[in-house]
Design a protein around this ligand. Structure first.
Ligand SMILES: [Zn+2]
Length: 260
């Protein structure tokens, strides 16, 4: 029965890979099926009906048919193409960074509905916010929580002492979070310096919802500090570089004062 072979799922296109002359393999992030791969036949031909519907960062209701190897995408109905993001070189670059992280931090076939909803919410917000770099830090903190890599920031990861502005030792990616002053001196883990304002923002990001995010936007230096800290941590967790970061840094050098 052909119908038993066909199924529908909402999905966000997070990666495209060329295959042969005109085909593609798409990596799709879905709420119920986790990350899946879909074969898009002839989609690189100009006359393909599907091509415009299967671009990067398109969120749509997809119809797939099961195959022996990859499932084939046979239909796509647009839910949100995030036009506000795609009209802006900076925002689209930040959104591609989100897509890359999702690809790295998720496994095929493992559903994570909360992470899916968080991702869609952040992409929708990315088109509207005046502080997209700050939104990225919020995205990262929540993504780390949902995927089980949340750094410990309330207590020292070594001695469990409660932390406040008087005993902050630093942030140690290799230990999985914050160190107190004593443990920074005596443990083998290297703790990067963290200012009080960055520490306060980190705790805020851990607790706030997206609707409260812009009630406490820190100054640009603090946002940059959070960016460096989370980059180091994510790099440690992944054991590799995130490929979209050099491009984001290039854009920042072009316009160093915009878009915090
Ligand atoms: Zn300690």
């Amino acid at each position: 029965m052909a119908t038993e072979k066909t199924y529908k799922t909402p999905g966000l296109i997070i990666k495209k890979t060329k295959l042969g002359e005109a085909d593609r393999i798409l990596t799709i992030f879905t709420p119920e099926l986790g990350k899946i791969q879909g074969f898009a036949k002839s989609v690189r031909k100009p006359q393909s009906k599907l091509s415009g519907h299967l671009e990067m960062l398109t969120y749509s209701q997809l119809t797939l048919t099961k195959g022996r190897g990859l499932d084939t995408i046979i239909g796509s109905q647009n839910i949100d193409s995030f036009i506000d993001i795609k009209d802006d070189l900076y925002r689209v670059s930040y959104a591609l960074y989100i897509a890359e992280l999702i690809d790295y931090f998720t496994d095929e076939g493992t559903a994570d509905k909360e992470l899916f909803e968080h991702t869609i919410e952040c992409l929708q917000h990315m088109g509207k916010t005046s502080h997209p770099m700050y939104l990225l830090r919020y995205f990262e903190m929540r993504m780390l929580t949902y995927t089980g890599f949340k750094p410990e920031i309330n207590n020292c990861v070594i001695c469990q002492k409660e932390l406040d502005r008087t005993n902050l030792g630093g942030f140690a990616p290799s230990a999985g979070g914050m160190l107190c002053i004593d443990c920074r001196e005596h443990s083998r883990h290297y703790g990067y310096f963290l200012s009080n304002s960055a520490y306060k923002s980190l705790r805020f990001l851990e607790e706030c919802g997206i609707e409260d995010l812009e009630s406490e936007v820190p100054d640009p230096d603090t946002i940059s500090e959070l960016e460096m800290l989370l980059r180091r941590y994510i790099r440690f967790v992944l054991e590799k570089d995130v490929r979209s970061i050099p491009w984001i840094d290039h854009l920042k050098r072009l316009s160093p004062t915009v878009l915090y």
